[in-house]
Write a protein that binds this ligand. Structure first.
Ligand code: C2E
Ligand code: MG
Ligand code: MG
Length: 603
């Protein structure tokens, strides 16, 4: 071999070695970079607080990150080579396999939100693994834990759709649901009923036991309503305060409405245990029906509300279905309210005074101021009609203040005409008045302003008002009594049967309600009631007055049982201010003297 050939071979060899080493270096470098990249990628995946996994075409795990291992409480080695059939919750496996196969076949990314049935939510992405020829050789997946987002979504949904206290639907969501249900009624010939349910005297209960107890009671009621409704076509919602709203849908026969509402009344009536105390609540319901009363939800609610108002003002604890008469009485109520607002300014109100006379007709014991309204628009309206409206709308506060001033000024005027001799003036109070924080101050400052003797003022309150008054009201009355004012219980016997208030409330007089007096001679039941009331009054050291005495027989019977003060048409109807002095004069002259048999044996 020539030297030249040798040189060429050497050069070629060097060249080959150089190229080879260059190629090898490049290859090694690339591999090194790849494995570094892979390791970096794996480190990153292991750091992620979310499960990541890779599978082969047979759906066997080829790689999983640390979080995935933690979720299934296994090491990587224990997972690799297994399939979902071996490790995933049984309920979910079928879905996992179905989704994986879809990704393998379609070669598409598949994304969905899933609930792992253990309270966690995931936003899952599955993607195909493709080689350079676009052939699938496996799939990968990552599931982002979106539980916190879901939770806030849920609470936001609840906030928007549910009542925070009772968990029932709120007004807004119920109206959306009900409107939807109404739109389906005609197609299937269904009817739909809206029921407004209101707890009788809930405010009293709240005042007496506090809002925490009131809230618990509402929750207990809501639970019962929800349980009852759960297997029926009834939606339950809270309308606000102590009002619930029920929507009964898919009604084929209207009879179901009364059957459901009666059930509900009974269910709610059973005693509720709140903080280890038992509470019973009565409620009133107003019902309206689609399409009978209105074609839209708002209309149905309005009519149900009118029916509820009617139920509450006619004895409570009842279920009233809306009818035209209720509609008319509502129009009347609105009319009364509208014109009553102007009544004081237009000088349409005035007072009548009904004497309270000793049973033998010899002495004037006092008088009761009774409000009258001669409306320019509506004519004469009875207080039995306008006072409840005034109480509902708060107008009673201004009106009540007007009555107080007017009655005291009138009595002062009569005293002036009578050489300073003054009868006691009784004034009816409304619950709204005594609830005002300045109630005590207002009365005392009025007495001081007029220099009016407190012992010539009597305040009439009803049992219902006393039953649940807060301690502060009790204190107010105690102070008024210390000041010399007399306190009487009006309409006694018609309110609560619970008489606990008699021992705790500062009282002087009990007024037997007219309903027990009327025709008492012919009713042994009324006689028994009156006997019991008289005994009760005596044992609590209270004076007693009978209201609504119209006949001599009633007077004689009451007197024989120890009732010595009488108020009623028998002696006098309520009189206008100009008429009263004449009555007093005639009384003094003995015109009303009675020949009573003094049979006080049972006293
Ligand atoms: P009340 O306080 O129980 O007043 C007695 C009611 O019985 C009065 O009705 C009176 O006219 C009526 N009455 C009295 N004796 C007889 C009788 O022998 N036979 C019959 N059939 N009725 C008799 P009135 O004046 O219609 O008042 C009704 C109710 O309105 C009162 O009942 C009272 O609760 C309320 N009221 C009247 N004036 C006021 C007021 O100034 N403020 C408040 N808050 N309520 C008032
Ligand atoms: Mg009265
Ligand atoms: Mg009365």
């Amino acid at each position: 071999m020539s030297i030249l050939a040798c040189v060429i071979i050497i050069v070629l060899l060097v060249l080959a070695i150089t190229v080879l080493s260059f190629v090898i270096t490049k290859y090694v470098r690339r591999n090194l970079a790849l494995s570094r990249e892979l390791s970096e990628f794996k480190t990153l995946c292991d750091l992620m607080q979310t499960p990541i996994w890779f599978k082969d075409k047979k759906l066997r795990f080829t790689w999983v990150n640390k979080y995935y291992c933690m979720m299934f409480d296994r090491t990587k080695e224990q997972i690799l080579g297994l399939t979902d059939l071996d490790i995933a919750p049984k309920k979910l496996v079928k879905n996992y396999i179905r989704d994986d196969e879809y990704v393998l076949e379609s070669k598409k990314v598949y994304r969905y939100k899933e609930n792992d049935k253990a309270g966690l939510w995931f936003d899952t992405v599955k993607f195909p693994l493709l080689d350079s020829q676009n052939n699938v050789y496996g799939l990968g997946g990552v599931a982002f834990n979106i539980t916190p987002i879901k939770k806030s979504e849920t609470s936001l949904h609840n906030l928007i759709h549910n009542d925070y206290l009772t968990g029932t639907a709120n007004r807004l969501s119920l109206s959306v649901e009900a409107t939807k249900l109404i739109s389906e009624c005609d197609e299937f010939g269904y009817k739909l009923a809206v029921v407004l349910l209101d707890i009788d005297n809930f405010k009293d209960l709240n005042d007496l036991h506090g809002h925490v107890v009131g809230d618990e009671l509402l929750k207990s009621m809501a639970e019962r309503l929800k349980r009852y409704a759960s297997d029926k076509n009834i939606l339950v919602g809270r309308f606000g305060g102590d009002e619930f709203i029920l929507v009964i849908y898919k009604i084929k026969d209207e009879k179901i409405i009364s059957s459901y509402t009666n059930d509900i009344k009974e269910i709610l009536l059973k005693s509720h245990n709140v903080y280890d105390s038992e509470f019973t609540v009565e409620c009133s319901m107003g019902v309206s029906v689609y399409p009978n009363n209105s074609k839209d939800y708002e209309g149905l609610v309005r009519y149900a509300d009118m029916a509820l108002f009617y139920a509450k003002s006619h004895g409570r604890n009842s279920i009233v279905l809306y009818n035209d008469e209720i509609g008319e009485s509502n129009i009347r109520r609105i009319n009364i309210e509208t014109h009553l607002k102007e009544a004081i300014a237009h000088k349409e109100l005035y007072l009548c005074y009904q004497p309270k006379v000793s049973a033998d007709g010899s002495r004037m014991i006092g008088m009761e101021a009774l409000l009258r309204w001669d409306s320019a628009e509506l004519g004469f309206v009875s207080p039995a009609e306008f006072i409840p409206v005034a109480e509902q709308s708060d107008l009673i506060i201004d009106i009540g203040n007007w009555v107080l001033r007017e009655a005291l000024l009138q009595n002062i005027e009569w005293a002036k005409q009578n050489n300073g001799e003054m009868s006691s003036m009784a004034i009816n109070l409304s619950v709204k008045q005594i609830n005002k924080p300045d109630f005590l101050k207002r009365i005392i400052s009025l007495l001081e302003e007029f220099n009016y003797p407190p012992n010539k003022l009597e305040l009439e309150v009803t049992e219902r008002m006393l039953m649940s008054r807060s301690n502060s009201t009790k204190e107010d009355f105690k102070k008024l009594r210390e000041f010399g004012v007399t306190i009487s219980v009006d309409d006694f016997g018609t309110g609560y049967s619970n008489l606990g208030y008699l021992s705790s409330f500062p009282l002087d007089i009990m007024k037997i309600d007219r309903s027990f007096v009327t025709d008492i001679k012919n009713s042994s039941e009324k006689q028994q009631i009156v006997n019991a009331i008289v005994q009760l009054a005596h044992s609590f050291n209270l004076a007693i007055i009978a209201e609504g005495v119209e006949t001599f027989d009633e007077l004689q019977y009451l007197f024989s049982k120890g009732v010595d003060t009488i108020q009623g048409f028998y002696f006098s109807k309520p009189l206008k201010n100009i008429e009263l002095p004449k009555f007093i004069e005639e009384l003094k002259q003995g015109k009303y003297k009675q020949k009573l048999k003094n049979v006080q044996s049972s006293k």
